[in-house]
Design a protein around this ligand. Sequence first.
Ligand code: SF4
Length: 275
Amino acid sequence: MGTLEIERAQALLSWYRIQRRQLPWRDTGERYDVLVSEFMLQQTQVERVIAYFEAWMNRFPTVEDLAKASLADALSVWSGLGYNNRCKRLHDTAKIIASDGWPTSVEGLEELPGVGAYTARAIAAFALGKHVAATDTNLRRVLSRWYGEPLKGRALDVAANQSLADPARDWNQAMMDLGAVICRNHDPICNQCPVGAWCAGPGLILDVPRQTKFEGSARQVRGAVVRALVRRAPQSIVELVAATQFPTSHVLEATSSLATDGLVETEDGVVRLCE
Ligand code: SF4
């Protein structure tokens, strides 16, 4: 780390100690809390996740509780948060951890279902005390602005490793908070930025992939089918059509793709959530 990186990291961490967001999965340092929150935060805004996270921890307070529960039980708490495949992968991951123990390295974490490079590094930094950067969208945007050019791939890794400071947990969370609150995508508040003096590209706008439209999407029908089955299961296709108010062809397609993903099963003409 050079002088610039050290001064910038000190300014960032000083700001973070005063301005940090209070989030229910922070500060416990519990691996399971971090695991659950990171699965929920994939493709979902922090504000929406908070209530689901609290309900989840009430129902499944430990990884063993989740591993013992059925998938149908897990979906009953998850349903409404969206992208129900995440719930199945989290449930599968809990079963593996309850049986084999927690991985102790980034590489080991990456072998768990639904745990990609970012999530593995977030768990490693937040809960295992590893000196690694978890480069999510916020970190990429902030680092790109610091370096004055859109970063990706190897250049992004180099920038993250050059800038990463101890404790890595605080540095990563500070970067995420800065990106969420100050260094926002379309309207960064540069005149309130604690690290503006060390930023080479104030206001640099990056192309961020937009989420596909939800209304009328296959994802919307899948979510409606799961919610209907959480309320009452099993149900026939005719009943699911009535419950979801979607055309039969849409419900059949959604049911088929949910079955392929291991979320529902069909037997004797009725559909139920997988156990
Ligand atoms: S000066 Fe502006 S662009 Fe640079 S890090 Fe701060 S908020 Fe982001």
